[in-house]
Design a protein. Structure first.
Length: 170
């Protein structure tokens, strides 16, 4: 932003326009945007992970041939858990954990909590991490594309939502 505010805002807008259809296709609902970040709610954690992989693939394609310092690289964090609905907004521990996972992900990375991992079971562990304002350490996993994810049957009594947040690292 400091070097090219107008160009950065334009690039972010273009990336959002390309990403929004992917979010909708995977059953996501954009809850809110926060400058260069977004909070997206999914009814399925599998949908959240598949969407995240598709978003990262889109970012790589869109960044091809662009100088490193001009690229939009997304960081994504995914957690599954109950959320509180307040009007059109969602909040609570589940949202906070997703946001904190996003915060520790590397540019181009997708970090998922152990709770989310149990639903998709096809990614690699990066170990236990302490997250800001979260009382207990969580085991965290890095999602990587290895073909389509399985569609696990819904678990009785396991209501909740997958939350996803991404931001540019420009």
């Amino acid at each position: 932003m400091g070097e090219d505010e107008v160009g950065t805002a334009q690039a972010l807008s273009e990336h959002r326009a390309a990403a929004d259809p992917l979010v909708a296709r995977h059953g996501g609902r954009i809850v809110k945007t926060t400058g260069d970040g977004m909070l997206i709610e999914f009814s399925s954690v599998v949908g959240a992970v598949e969407c995240s992989l598709a978003l990262q693939k889109l970012a790589v394609e869109r960044n091809a041939g662009i100088a490193r310092e001009r690229r939009m690289e997304w960081r994504i964090g995914i957690h599954i858990g109950d959320v509180l609905v307040e009007g059109d907004d969602i909040l609570g521990d589940g949202v906070n954990i997703a946001a904190r996972l996003e915060g520790i992900a590397e540019p181009g990375g997708i970090y998922i909590s152990e709770d989310a991992f149990r639903q998709v079971r096809s990614r690699s562990s990066i170990g236990e991490r302490s997250l800001k304002n979260i009382t207990r350490p969580l085991r965290v996993y890095r999602a990587q594309s290895e073909g389509p994810l399985p569609n696990p049957p819904p678990q009785a009594g396991e209501g909740g939502v997958g939350a996803l947040r991404f931001q540019t690292s420009r």
